[in-house]
Design a binder for this molecule. Structure first.
Ligand code: DP6
Length: 359
């Protein structure tokens, strides 16, 4: 009889971005990063793992389609979990599930509730969920972020909720390159995240190959990793600890902008933002400028979709602003993911302050 577990893992959004590796196989970064993990019920991956001695081979399905199980990153995660399971058995811990035997093969079934590879950090939730479910099925415990990291760098941060840093570490074996919770989600309950879907298409250049070219060609990325990120990590941790939204917003936007600047500094250059992304950037700065305070921040990963950070009290008005300038039928569907469309109006003064033409 197979032993079956189902787990979910949410997406995380980096506010100090990870871009660039110093080791491609172990997935070790050239700088630390910091992210906010979304709620379990928002953008997430759900994975079911079945392990059984009657399965002949390991198999994996992603959104209903069978995937190649020999993918090296998938193999790294499976190998590491099995290694821990073997170690646990050799250490003589009671084996309640009888599932740590090496003769067990796994069947993995994973689904996302959002577009895969659209730059919405699907690989982060995917590998975090895979590693967590495998660990549950094989009965292994402890910090699993070092294993999730070997699936996809950003995945190590989805192993924890709330505000999470991925400490780059400096060992060659990667043992000190792990994720740590900075503060739990309950620390800042007013913080809200909105996703503005500018395009759900697959990104033209994946993060893995994109950052590889950046490491090889961008002097700006080298400067960023050595001289900008360490300082920004300290400032961001303090902003989070103090719940200082203005500081949080400024670092978040500057870091997103610098990440996209390193993409442009890559040769040949990489463009992830589109004209809608640029309009969102203008809209946010004009909105904040109108109120003379940072009420809203944007962040973009390896794709054109905007992630908006704001505080609960500003959500209704900002949503109306976005809906005014980007009516719901712009993309044939709601621009703002997961929010009901309301036709409420915004003030003429605010419309003028932002001054974009509605699309
Ligand atoms: C722009 O974690 O997807 O989202 O380690 O090669 O799998 P690999 O890359 P990945 O890169 C994420 C890049 C980013 C920034 C971030 O999430 O920190």
């Amino acid at each position: 009889r197979p032993h079956i577990v189902t787990c979910t893992a949410p997406v995380n959004i980096a506010v100090v971005k990870y871009w660039g590796k110093r080791d491609e196989d172990l997935i070790l970064p050239i700088s630390s990063s910091l992210s906010v993990t979304l709620h379990q019920d928002q953008l997430k991956t759900t994975t079911t793992v079945a392990i059984s001695t009657s399965f002949k081979v390991d198999r994996m399905w992603l959104n209903g389609k069978e995937e190649d199980i020999t993918h090296p990153r998938l193999q790294s995660c499976l190998r590491e979990i099995r290694r821990l399971a073997r170690k646990r058995r050799n250490d003589g811990e009671p084996d309640s599930t009888e599932s740590t035997g090496l003769s067990h093969k796994v069947h993995i079934c994973s689904v996302n509730n959002f577009p895969t590879a659209a730059g919405l950090a699907s690989s982060a939730a995917g590998f975090a969920c895979l590693v967590y479910s495998l660990a549950q099925a094989f009965g292994v415990e402890g910090d699993l972020s070092g294993i999730a990291r070997q699936g996809s760098g950003s995945a190590c941060r989805s192993m924890y909720g709330g505000f999470v840093q991925w400490i780059m570490g400096n060992r060659d074996d990667g043992k000190d390159s792990i994720a740590q919770q900075v503060e739990p989600e309950s620390h800042w309950p007013e913080l809200r995240i909105l996703v503005l879907v500018a395009s759900a298409k697959r990104k033209p250049i994946g993060s893995t190959s994109g950052m590889q070219t950046s490491v090889q060609t961008s002097v700006l990325l080298k400067h960023r990793a050595e001289s900008v990120v360490p300082h920004r990590m300290d400032k961001m941790i303090k902003a989070v600890q103090k719940r200082d939204f203005a500081a949080f917003a400024e670092i978040t936007m500057k870091d997103s902008n610098q990440f996209h600047a390193t993409c442009l500094d890559t040769y040949p250059p990489i463009f992830y933002l589109n004209s809608v992304s640029q309009q969102i950037i203008h809209l946010v700065h004009r909105y904040n400028g109108h109120y003379r305070e940072s009420r809203v921040a944007y962040s973009f990963d390896a794709g054109p979709n905007a992630v908006i950070f704001t505080l609960q009290q500003h959500v209704p008005e900002f949503v109306r602003v976005v809906q005014h300038f980007f009516p719901p039928d712009t993309n044939g569907e709601d621009f703002i993911k997961g929010l009901p469309v309301k036709g409420a109006a915004i003030s003429e003064e605010l419309k003028e302050a932002i001054g974009l033409e509605p699309t």
